[in-house]
Design a protein around this ligand. Structure first.
Ligand SMILES: NC(=O)c1ccc[n+]([C@@H]2O[C@H](COP(=O)([O-])OP(=O)(O)OC[C@H]3O[C@@H](n4cnc5c(N)ncnc54)[C@H](O)[C@@H]3O)[C@@H](O)[C@H]2O)c1
Length: 247
């Protein structure tokens, strides 16, 4: 099946984890992919994996929280690829800590990357999407943005904000035939969750009805659905993929 044939996808934070899985899934379905991450090394590694699937790939090192860097990257992407059909705002970080001990820097880093980053990248491609009168924007939020979590007020605020952002941009672009949706993963096995200790992991497993963590590929499947022709009438939604944790 080539559900994404002739499509150009831009995936941020695609150097590893969920972003990498989405980039590879899209390529396997026929898309050419722009791999954006913080380091050229990781972007290039994933771009090579995409080329091995017979698709075109571009590797970029961009800090999504840096407005000038994002503008320059968007200009380069449009010059090199000619268009963008699918944008996945996946880049994200955590800087966990209780509110009373949280530094301004840890608050700012998380909001700047997870929320402002999605704003900057979406804004950089907004005119292109509006002019094309077609396209898909997929924002990777989190179940924590739906239910909150002690020790993650910065992360929860960024991910809840991303849901409001998704719904607002969905309304702005609906008339142009561009859909804007979010995916809220539960706990997924990646480098981000590898740092959790066994006690925390045991506590998390107790609140997941399916009794296990998800895989990056579970999120990639959901992203493929939202990017596919079959989802053309779905916009402004949050698709939760969490083994039943939030229901
Ligand atoms: N793993 C989980 O359980 C889980 C659950 C819910 C949501 N999420 C979200 O999914 C997304 C991917 O998470 P992951 O688990 O794959 O994490 P990860 O740490 O493995 O990967 C994050 C990626 O984002 C990139 N990145 C971080 N800051 C960036 C910046 N300023 N500019 C550009 N790229 C940047 C990193 O380079 C990396 O490639 C994140 O938005 C995360 O919040 C993850």
């Amino acid at each position: 099946m080539s559900q994404l044939a002739n499509q150009i996808a831009v995936v941020t934070g695609a150097g590893r984890g969920i972003g990498r899985a989405i980039a590879l899934k899209f390529a396997a379905e026929g898309a050419d992919v722009v791999v954006v991450s913080r380091t050229a090394e990781n972007s290039e590694k994933v771009a090579a994996e995409i080329r091995a699937l017979g698709r075109k790939a571009w590797a970029l090192a961009v800090d999504v929280a840096d407005s000038a860097a994002v503008s320059a990257a968007a200009e380069k992407i449009l010059a090199d690829c000619g268009k963008v059909d699918i944008l996945v705002n996946n880049a994200g970080v955590t800087r966990d800590g209780l509110l009373m001990r949280m530094s301004d820097a840890d608050w700012d880093t998380v909001i700047d990357t997870n929320l402002k980053g999605a704003f900057l990248v979406t804004k950089a491609f907004f005119r292109t999407f509006a002019k094309q009168r077609a396209g898909r924007i997929i924002n990777i939020t989190s179940v924590i943005g739906l239910i909150g979590n002690g020790g993650q007020c910065n992360y929860a605020a960024s991910k809840a904000g991303l849901i409001g952002f998704t719904q607002s941009v969905a309304k702005e672009l609906a008339g142009r035939g561009v859909t804007v949706n979010a995916i809220a993963p539960g706990f997924i096995e990646t480098d981000m969750t590898a740092v959790l200790n066994d006690e925390l992991k045991a506590g998390i497993l107790k609140v997941i009805p399916m009794g296990k963590l998800g895989a990056a590929d579970d999120i990639a499947h959901a992203a493929l659905y939202l990017a596919s022709p079959g989802a053309r009438y779905v916009t402004g939604q949050v698709l939760t993929v969490d083994g039943g944790m939030v229901m």
